[in-house]
Design a protein around this ligand. Structure first.
Ligand SMILES: [Zn+2]
Length: 265
């Protein structure tokens, strides 16, 4: 069977000021303080309340991931996808967008992912029946549908090709084929040149951005448009604590580190 993790990689479906946020959700609230990973996948305490109710006699799990914020947040494509539906869903998603990835075939199995993003403020602005790239704006975070406050619901389910049709890769289990996406979220944030150009903007959003230079092994972060390089890497790593995703945390493959202004601390 196809390893979904190897083939389907997704960003967080959220952006602010044109900046596309990366990272895995459990690390997210540590790094970006104006956004919360507000509900995980599965039998969360909230999902067990009467609001969600039952499905086929079993408790109905929360079948996606919720990110909440009181700020104005753009909802963006978390990966390249074919937008199959946008509209106001009566079933609870509110203003929502469904899209599908390209298919992947391995050892005779053909699989694709279907994603949904819900609760947007207004009807999505993205065109239906078109391919869209990761980062393209779909709409703005809202609280339409079944929602106790502004957040985006991000669900995903894999489909398996069977003959001429498609069926859930995972059988009906109350989550209607939806899976925990945590493993699919891109673990290593990748920053590109445009991010650096937008640095001033970016720094207004987050106050620490860890970077790592694969060529030299240097580690540091950007502050005031300078690369801050620690004199003592071990001390720096300790100091970062939970901010540190991994020592290889962030790659900047396109950046010429030698040309960056820098300061030691
Ligand atoms: Zn949700």
């Amino acid at each position: 069977m196809i390893s979904l993790k190897d083939h389907f990689k997704i960003h967080l479906p959220i952006a602010k000021n044109g900046i596309f946020w990366n990272g895995k959700p459990d690390e997210f609230s540590n790094i970006y303080h104006n956004l919360n990973y507000s509900q995980q996948f599965g039998l969360t305490p909230f999902a067990l309340t009467g609001v969600y109710g039952q499905f086929n006699g079993k408790p109905r799990p929360h079948n996606g991931h919720d990110f909440a914020s009181n700020d104005i947040i753009d909802i963006v494509m978390p990966c390249k996808g074919w937008v199959s539906y946008t509209g106001l869903d009566a079933g609870g998603y509110g203003n929502c967008c469904f899209f599908e990835t390209e298919t992947v075939t391995e050892n005779g199995d053909t699989v694709k992912m279907e994603f949904v993003l819900g609760h947007m403020k207004e009807l999505p602005i993205i065109s239906v029946a078109h391919w869209h790239e990761a980062g393209e704006k779909i709409g703005q975070m809202g609280k339409t549908g079944f929602s106790t406050g502004p957040h985006v619901h991000h669900g995903g389910r894999p489909w398996l090709k069977v003959g001429d049709g498609w069926q859930y890769l995972y059988p009906e289990d109350g989550a209607r084929g939806y899976i925990d996406l945590t493993d699919l979220y891109i673990e290593k944030p990748i920053y590109n040149k445009q991010d650096l150009i937008n640095e001033a903007n970016y720094m207004a959003i987050i106050d620490k951005k860890l970077i790592f230079n694969n060529d030299t092994g240097e580690i540091g972060w950007f502050y005031n448009k300078k690369l801050r390089v620690p004199k003592d890497i071990d001390r720096f790593v300790k100091m970062l604590g939970s901010y540190l995703v991994s020592k290889e945390g962030v790659n900047l493959p396109d950046v010429d580190f030698d040309k960056l202004p820098r300061e030691e601390f």
